[in-house]
Design a protein around this ligand. Sequence first.
Ligand SMILES: [Zn+2]
Length: 287
Amino acid sequence: MKLEILSRSEKRISFLIDGIDTELANAMRRIILTEVPAMAIDDVVFIENSTPLFDEIIAHRLGLVPLTTDLDSFVLKERCSCEGIGCARCQVAFQCSIQAENGKRNVYTSDIISIDPKIKPVNDKILITKMAKGSKLIFEAYARLGLGKDHAKWQPVSKITYKMYPEIRIDQEKLDDFEFKGDNENDPIVNACPPKILKWEKGNLTVTDEKKCTLCGACVRSEITPKGAIDVRPVKNKFIFFLETPGVMKPERLVLEGLKIFKEKVKRFGTLVKELSEKLEQQEDHE
Ligand SMILES: [Zn+2]
């Protein structure tokens, strides 16, 4: 298997994997999407709320606020030694106490104060509610780790996709008598390509960046394209992944956590198969 990072930033990563099949690529995508834990508010205790929004709506909005996640310091509540009661290893408390004394005001995520500076909203400017003069909003909220398969608020990614690696073959000989040869501006084939990666250069039709090809086949299907001049097909077992997070953790960490979970799953599956085959052998011995 070969892995190459194509681009990387604070919230995004794109990488190329060569040597895995579609099933494995999709398993990786689904594990990162639904099984890598992330922090989200899951419990809100309202002490006072005279804003225009009901408690339930504010609680729902708080749950959807992406929080920075620290997988080294926290564990899932159900796997914590406190047995789900809630302790410093499995939950974080937030407090909010606002009185709109001087006139109407907005409540933003910056108004929710976390007791652990490592766990906080990824953005300070998410609007929670508006308040009229004299109204109050006082609550305590508790965040915990959870899984995207239980609720989308725990999804650590805002996007994770892959596409098959495109291969574009151009037969220059078949384009010898082509009407628009060398005319980048008016060539319908060049213009038919949505990511605009075809270009005439020194009399040859060339591909500027094949990784950007979406495999749409518009260049092949175009009525004007000489038969067999362009061939676009996906390369088997080669994929380009795109991953974007709202900022809950570093994208490369997400990939590594996903692989760790995948490895544990395979190990568990192996153990279960072994146990089952031993059971069957014992049954056969008795018979
Ligand atoms: Zn605990």
